[in-house]
Design a protein around this ligand. Sequence first.
Ligand code: LMR
Length: 400
Amino acid sequence: VFSNVDRAPEDPILGVTVAYNNDPSPAKLNLGVGAYRTEEGKPLVLDVVRRAEQQLVNDPSRVKEYIPIAGLADFNKLSAKLILGADSPAIQESRVATIQCLSGTGSLRVGAEFLKKHYHQSVIFIPKPTWGNHPKVFNLAGLSVEYYRYYDPATRGLDFQGLLEDLGAAPSGAIVLLHACAHNPTGVDPTPEEWEQIRQLIRSKSLLPFFDSAYQGFASGSLDTDAHSVRTFVADGGECLIAQSYAKNMGLYGERVGALSIVCKSADVASKVESQVKLVVRPMYSSPPIHGASIVATILKNSDMYNDWTIELKGMADRIISMRQQLFDALKAKGTPGDWSHIIKQIGMFTFTGLNKEQVVFMTKEYHIYMTSDGRISMAGLSTKTVPHLVEAIHAAVTR
Ligand code: LMR
């Protein structure tokens, strides 16, 4: 009965890892998926995460019962506080409904399903380009996806005018997906002044902001700085949705731990919204897993552990920033044609190199360097040892 099923293509991002794993070359380098690696090229489990897990293992009162549909209450409160700030009026006024979800993707999907059912607009504007999974998540939830201009290949920076024009022309009430910081794949973020103009436009047109916050702490190294965009939208008293992921900033990729927060106008509305989001979750996966959220809650509620986390997080962010500088310096030293200053200007985990698909294919075939076909490289996958190999490959690709 399944003989007519066609083979689906590999995922454009996760499929890069599949191809990398199949390559026997010792020189191979995976700069595809956004997953942090140490200087030695190894995945990293944060020391504070290991300590939290140890504490959980040693606690005899812990059981493996189902947790509530909305997730762990502590985790939800602490997650809202992390993104909105401890002094957020929205939290003080109990206007935030927070639900533990399956990392960033799960939070986006649950939020989108809720919007499809309960919000009057089903058009969502997403930036061009954006993370490859965004359109799929929203389409499958029944929203119709439109794009707004975001990136200007000529300047390798923000197309701010295009963004304002496209959002200005969006129908009233449309949903707008915003990357809270460290835009994926471009590494290009609006300045605080530009965020303020975006906020004014969104509010004046009654658009509904939906933030994807996958890199809090990873862009600047500061959790508060990276939450600035979200907090300006919450400070004006209006509504928004926020999908939070702990994959990158706590290195909890495979634990699938994240949260969806919906900021409402009143506590009464927030509690009704929460009751409806639970109706989205129950038939989808019943209730979320316990382990990852327990790790996060343990760290966030203990001030020593929290502090140690911020130090380790800053260490990861700083290593990425140093890789940017090293790659830029090495390309300059080699005399590789082109202006590579965008490598040090862009922020977060990725550099949008400007290399085209053909050049990417060449680098993979000849140099065993793996990256997404749009020329995005994960700076977190690079190390001092592997910079020269990458520079050789880029140089060869652009001078062919
Ligand atoms: C990425 O863009 O590489 C990450 O967000 C991982 C993923 O799931 O695609």
